[in-house]
Structures are given as C-alpha cells and as structure tokens.
Write a protein that binds this ligand. Structure first.
Ligand code: ATP
Ligand code: MG
Length: 564
C-alpha cells in the first residue's frame, strides 16, 4: 500500500469522509463537490496544505470534484500576486481543479441581488451606526445585545439607502447592511451580523466597479451554493458561524444547500502558521522572503527541497479531527526523510573540508571508482567518482586525541574511504596557530573497493572528494526558526526567533557530478542529510540547501513511546 493511502483506503474513515460516504449511500448527493477557498492575501503554508489535501483528496477518493475558489472580498488586502502563487502552489502539491477556477468577486452582482431580496423580505436593514457603536450594541456572552435605532427602517427606505451605498454616495464606514435576525440570540454571530460594508478601494479583479463589499459570512455560503458545493469543509473557528451560514441559505433563493463541516486546523511545533505572523517575519526582514527555506510556506518548503509527495503523506498521517492539537515538526521531517530515502540519489560532499594526502599514491594518477546511486533503488544505477592523491574529508571525521568511542580517523588509525581504499593516518600537519591543516596518510593498494584481502576490519567508513576534481560550493544549513515549540506563548513570538536558524558554509567541496544536478532535485549527501540546489545557485557559484538531516527524531520519539 502506498504511503499516501488515505484513511479511506486503510479501512478507517475520518469523520468527514464518513459523512460524505453516508451522503452518497443514502442518495442525499449523487456526487461530492468540495472547494478550497483561499483568501488571496498571502502565500499558502503547510496548514493550507492540510485543507487542500482534505478537499481535493475527498473529491478524488469519492469520484467527485474540487473547486479552487478565491475568496477575494477584501479589496484592501487581496492582490493578484497571491492569486498566481496560490495556483502554482496547489498545482505543485499535486492537485488540479480543471476548469473549476472561481472567484467570489464573480458573484458580486448575484450577491447584491440576494441582499436586496433580504431587504425586501424585511430580513436586512441599513444601519448608520459606526463600527464601534455596533460593537458596543452587540452585548456579551451573558448579556443580550441592544437593537440599533435604525433597525425599524422600512423596506423602501432600506432599498433606497442600499442603492445609494452602491452608487458611492457615502464615505467608508458610514453605513452597513445588517441581517435582521435576533439581538438577543445566544450565538453572537446571529445578533444582526454585518453583510455589506462600504470600502472605496480598487479591487484587483473588479477594479472600481464596486465600493460596497460583502463580508466573509455573506459571500462564503452563497458562493458555495452557487457552485453546488455539497460539503463545505472549513476550520474550527467557523463553527460558531454555522447557524448564520444556515440562516442565509434558508432565507435566500439559492440554487443548492451546501453543508458546512468544521475540522481542527493544523498547528505545528517550532513554527507559526498565521498569515499575519508570517507577513511580519517577511516584512521586518527576519527571513529573506516568502520562500525562505525556514518558513512553513509551500514556496519555502519547495525551495528547501521537500517533495510534494512527502507533504501529502504527512497530511494523510495527521488525519482530520474535531479537536485542536499540535503536531510535531519531527513528524513532518520524518515524512520527508521517508520519501527521500526512496527517491534521492546518494552523493559525496564534504561540508567542512580537511585535506589528506596519500603518500605512495602516484602523483597525477586519477582512478574512476564506481559508486552506487541509490541502495534503495538499484535501477538508479551507478556513477563514476574520481579518486586521486589529494582528497578532502570531513574535519569532524578526524580527532588528534580521540575519546573512547570515536572510531573515525586519528593518528595511527586505519579507516575506509567509501568505494575506495583503506587509509592510515601517519602524520598531522599544523599551521603556526596549531590548527590541523593537513593529514599525511598511507593507503593499502590491495584494498581497492574498500576491503583488504586479509579480511582485517576497520570501524569507520568516511566520505571524501578528490581535491583537484571537487566543486566548491556554499551549503546552507537550516535549524528551526524558533527556539520553542510554541513561539509567542510567553510574549512576542519574535522574541523566540532562533538566532542560529541559518548557517551558511562557504567552503564546501562536492563530488563533480553535483555540478550537473537538476534544479529542484534533492539528493542525499552521504552521512549528512538531504540537500537540493537553491535558486541562488549559478554554474560558477553553486548553492545548496539542507532539506533535512538524516537523524530521525520522530522515529526516536515513537520508540520511546513504545517502550513506556
Ligand atoms: P489567517 O491565517 O489570516 O487567519 P487563513 O489561514 O484562514 O487566514 P484562508 O486563505 O482563509 O487563510 O484559508 C483558506 C482555507 O485554508 C480555509 O478554509 C482555512 O480554513 C484553511 N486553513 C488555513 N489555515 C489552516 C490550518 N492551519 N490548518 C488547516 N486548514 C487551514
Ligand atoms: Mg480564513
């Protein structure tokens, strides 16, 4: 079974898929229609991926369809740039809305007509109170609200005023249209909610055609109904809005009756998933942009080298539930490793080089050694790696006075160079300051390929690159963006930024085949982790990002949990 198998095929359905299955079985619906409704006021993040995988996943699994609808009802925040990037991100994640791309702004005329319908039915009125006054009249959870003095206006007067609001006769904030429901309702969302507000601003799609814009509550459900959405899946903060959603659907001549179902948002440790906070990180320069590889945005994760399959597998794993919880970042990283372990080719790269010279190895000689591209996928084949007298190994693979459990290179000790020879350190060369700058080693010519004919064992195998052939590169190592799992839990979230979240190593040496790595391909640097080329990379100055380390903290968490 594929790692992306949703709960549906694994035999256990989440509560939303259970409802959909039931509705199809009873004939309430003949096919499922869902939608992903982003507001184009920011870039998508991993939380949106959860919603995308749910909405498109349900449609795919039950043979229905999923719409991409932009909820572009806020002319002061919505931008075309985001409309483009959101589509790119959804496609990259592996989903396709076909011809079903919609905009709430396409429905402005219809929504206006329905507002008129409510006014004519005595179910909406124009209110002259200011936003502050409306708030003050709303009451509290324990106290009923107070009716506005304008609540009793006649339908004629309301129609006339509403028409003049549309015509642009009144400044921003001077009048709103409100539903006339119940100022004493237990649910505050039913205390005459605002349906329309005046905003003199140019909309990215409708330009200056409107100065009157519907609120989320008025636009969303009616857009669902126009598109014949059967199941309108949204996050938990809209649960209290559902009675209003249903009230509007019941009181308007809409062409279908969608059902809103809420699920818990994704919260992820060591990061933030609020557009407002992400915006601050970008605008105040704490990160390099929306696609900074440390951000949980889809463009950031893509640049970091996360495969879309891993994000989908993660979404399948966390499932869908009604209760808020926080998911471990380690689980996301685990999904990434699991995918890359299967697909990523192995390469050798030295991040902090230490030169070694093989005395006895002929000067000028170059051997091409055969290296396996992916032990998990032998079809990936092999490649040739050049070997010569002067090599680089990882600085941390040598210790002059090794402690007990250090089995790698040390004076007098023999180790294996992967795919190559057994070598023994004979001499340590230092500079004036006492820093180790070179190791003089001998090698056993009979151990080509990595094993000695006499069968003697060595405890460590090191990766290496040939000094003359290596490609110099910058490698960027990323740590978590925040120092605590719940940034901002005590004070401003910016105070919890990890000052060491980015470490750029500028003197790395890579095996030559890495110069030709395709953009967007992620490889494993043996013993180091998974890496991909960064868009900053050029032929002259390659730049790599560390996607994720090899160490799997999630696997450890689970082992520990299993032992309890
Ligand atoms: P903000 O962060 O500003 O509150 P938003 O994240 O709700 O905004 P939208 O563009 O309205 O942004 O989101 C589109 C859809 O994605 C909505 O249906 C929303 O419920 C869902 N969504 C947003 N964040 C998450 C999350 N963390 N987990 C699951 N779904 C999410
Ligand atoms: Mg929202």
């Amino acid at each position: 079974m594929s790692q992306e198998t949703p709960a549906a095929e694994a035999g256990r359905l989440d509560f939303i898929r259970e409802i959909v299955k039931q509705d199809l079985r009873t004939g309430k619906h003949t096919s499922v229609v869902s939608r992903f409704p982003p507001e184009p006021n920011g870039h998508l993040h991993i939380g949106h991926a959860k919603s995308i995988c749910l909405n498109f996943g349900v449609a795919r699994e039950f043979g229905g369809r999923c719409h991409l609808r932009f909820d572009d009802t806020n002319p002061t925040k919505d931008e075309l740039e985001y409309i483009e990037s959101i589509q790119e991100d959804v496609r990259w994640l592996g989903f396709d809305w076909g011809e079903h791309l919609y905009f709430a702004s396409d429905y402005f005329e219809q929504l206006y007509e329905w507002a008129v319908h409510l006014i004519e039915a005595g179910r909406a009125y124009v209110d002259d109170l200011s936003a502050d006054e409306i708030r003050a009249h709303r009451g509290t959870l324990t106290e009923p609200g107070t009716e506005s003095p304008h609540r009793g206006r006649s339908a004629e007067e309301n129609l006339e005023l509403f028409g003049r609001m549309r015509a642009g006769e009144f400044p921003d904030g001077t009048r709103v249209l409100r539903a006339r429901i119940d100022m004493a309702a237990g649910n505050i969302n039913l205390r005459d909610p605002v349906l329309y507000r005046i905003v003199h601003a140019t909309h990215p799609r409708t330009g200056d055609a409107w100065c009157l814009y519907p609120t989320y509550d008025f636009a969303h459900g009616q857009s669902d109904a126009i598109e014949q959405i059967t199941h309108s899946l949204c996050s938990l903060e809209f649960e209290d809005h559902r009675p209003l959603y249903d009230w509007l659907i019941e009181n308007l001549p809409v062409p279908s009756r969608p059902r809103q179902i809420e699920f818990a948002r994704l919260n992820l440790s060591y990061t933030v998933l609020s557009k407002r906070k992400l915006m601050r990180l970008v605008q105040e320069g704490h990160v390099s942009g929306w696609d900074d590889p440390r951000l949980p945005t889809l463009s950031g994760l893509r640049r970091r080298g996360y495969p879309p399959e891993a994000i989908r597998a993660f979404a399948g794993r966390i499932g869908v539930a009604k209760r808020e919880s926080q998911v471990e970042m380690a689980l996301l990283e685990h999904s990434v490793r699991e995918r890359l372990n299967l697909t990523a080719q192995r390469r050798m790269a030295v991040l902090r080089p230490l030169k070694i010279v093989l005395e006895g190895y002929p000067e000028g000689q170059v051997e091409e050694l055969e290296a396996i591209n992916n032990p998990e996928d032998l079809a990936a084949g092999t490649r040739q790696v050049p070997f010569s007298r002067e090599l680089y190994i990882e600085r941390e693979d040598f210790m002059e006075t090794p402690p007990k459990k250090f089995f790698r290179l040390a004076p007098g000790r023999e180790v294996r160079l992967r795919y190559a020879y057994l070598v023994t350190c004979r001499e340590v060369v230092k500079d004036a300051s006492g820093e180790v700058v070179e190791l003089r080693c001998t090698y056993d010519p009979a151990s080509r390929g990595g094993n000695a004919p006499d069968g003697r064992r060595v405890k460590a195998t090191l990766h290496w690159v040939s000094a003359a052939h290596a490609v110099p590169a910058e490698v960027r190592l990323y740590g978590s963006l925040f120092t605590r799992p719940d940034p901002g839990a005590e004070g401003d979230f910016l105070d919890d930024l990890n000052p060491a979240s980015l470490e750029a190593l500028r003197d790395c040496r890579l095996e030559p085949s890495l110069a030709k790595l395709a953009p967007g391909e992620t490889v494993q640097f043996e013993r180091q982790g998974y890496f991909c080329t960064d868009p900053d990379s050029t032929a002259e100055a390659p730049v790599f990002n560390r996607t994720v380390t090899l160490r799997d903290t999630w696997a450890r968490i689970q082992r520990t949990a299993g032992r309890k």
